[in-house]
Design a protein around this ligand. Structure first.
Ligand code: CO
Ligand code: CO
Length: 315
């Protein structure tokens, strides 16, 4: 990708969303994201895909305003009712985010795909980037890890329906409350945890901020069932690729098991926000996240001086 020369673009390629300055008070935030089905129920899939697309707007500290549907659908092999359910799930989630779905585009495709192109607004001074972290900032993750493992287990037919319902709820949860809390309290840097896993996204945030990071594995929120399912072989290729890619950037404490390493690299669908906040504001942010019903809010580590992007994982 060529670099962008126009100074109206406030971010860089590789940020969670593109940001275009309109005035001193207003910038436009634009993102696009779509996925293949991760759960069996089409309405839930629509909700998860929309929550995932909206998440990149929230990671920048912005507010979604409207969105356009992107849908690929096998019109000859699946009932149109299935497509209606996907779109209804997406609309419901957009409404919950306070955004309007204003149109979209569909194509005939061999397998379903759904997502949104989302437009949001942010005050340029309140934009939260990956690159704003400093040594000493504490790291907070707002959803437990494990969705990649559990959706893989679902695919393999080794996941029960209770667990499917639990993971659906987690994946469909908006990162809205987390985003509003971090903007109010003054986060230094943020990204959302998706396909590269917790450590992959932390590596990006740390590298963009020019710092290293420490993670305390025992503090990282995760679903117990996910760790068990990893032991039964529910590991996606994406997760394996993440772990292999990160090997040169991560120093692991010897006590950390292979299953734990895979979980920390688990490719999430619609994960939480990973927020870096100055340490004196860490407790205030944790309380605000708790108050806004975030699924997780504990400190999981901190940014430190060191080779940019290097991660140390302690037990
Ligand atoms: Co993102
Ligand atoms: Co995304």
């Amino acid at each position: 990708m060529p670099s962008i020369k126009d100074p109206s673009f406030l971010g860089q390629i590789g940020d969670d969303a593109a940001v275009y300055r309109i005035s001193d008070e207003l910038a436009l935030v634009q993102t696009v994201d779509f996925i293949t089905p991760v759960v069996n129920d089409p309405f839930t899939f629509g909700q998860v895909a929309a929550a995932n697309a909206l998440s990149d707007i929230y990671a920048m500290g912005a507010q979604p305003v409207f969105a356009l549907n992107l849908i690929g659908f096998p019109v000859r092999s699946l009932s149109l009712e299935y497509m209606e359910q996907i779109l209804a799930g997406g609309s419901a989630k957009a409404a919950e985010a306070g955004a309007v779905i204003a149109g979209g585009h569909s194509i005939d495709d061999y397998a379903p795909k759904y997502g949104l192109a989302v437009t949001g607004f942010v005050h340029p001074a309140r934009l939260v980037r990956k690159s704003g972290g400093s040594p000493g900032d504490v790291l907070i993750l707002t959803k437990p890890l494990g969705s990649g493992t559990i959706t893989t287990a679902l695919d393999q037919g080794i996941c029960d329906s209770d667990l499917e319902a639990q993971i659906s709820q987690i994946m469909a949860a908006l990162n809205r409350g987390a985003s509003e809390a971090m903007v109010r309290i003054g986060a230094a840097a943020c990204t959302d945890v998706t396909g590269f896993g917790l450590l992959g996204h932390l590596h990006e945030l740390a590298r963009a901020s020019g710092v290293a990071a420490r993670v305390k594995a025992s503090q990282v929120p995760f679903l117990d069932e996910a760790l068990k399912l990893i032991g039964r072989g529910a590991v996606s290729q994406g997760t394996r690729n993440n772990l292999a890619y990160l090997s040169e950037h991560v120093k692991w404490a010897p006590e950390i098991s292979e299953a734990q390493r895979l979980l920390l690299c688990d490719a999430q669908t619609s994960g939480g926000l990973l927020i870096a906040v100055p340490s004196e504001k860490g407790e205030e942010l944790a309380q605000a996240l708790k108050a806004s019903n975030c699924l997780a809010y504990e400190e999981i580590g901190c940014l430190v001086d060191g080779d940019p992007g290097t991660l140390v994982v302690e037990a």
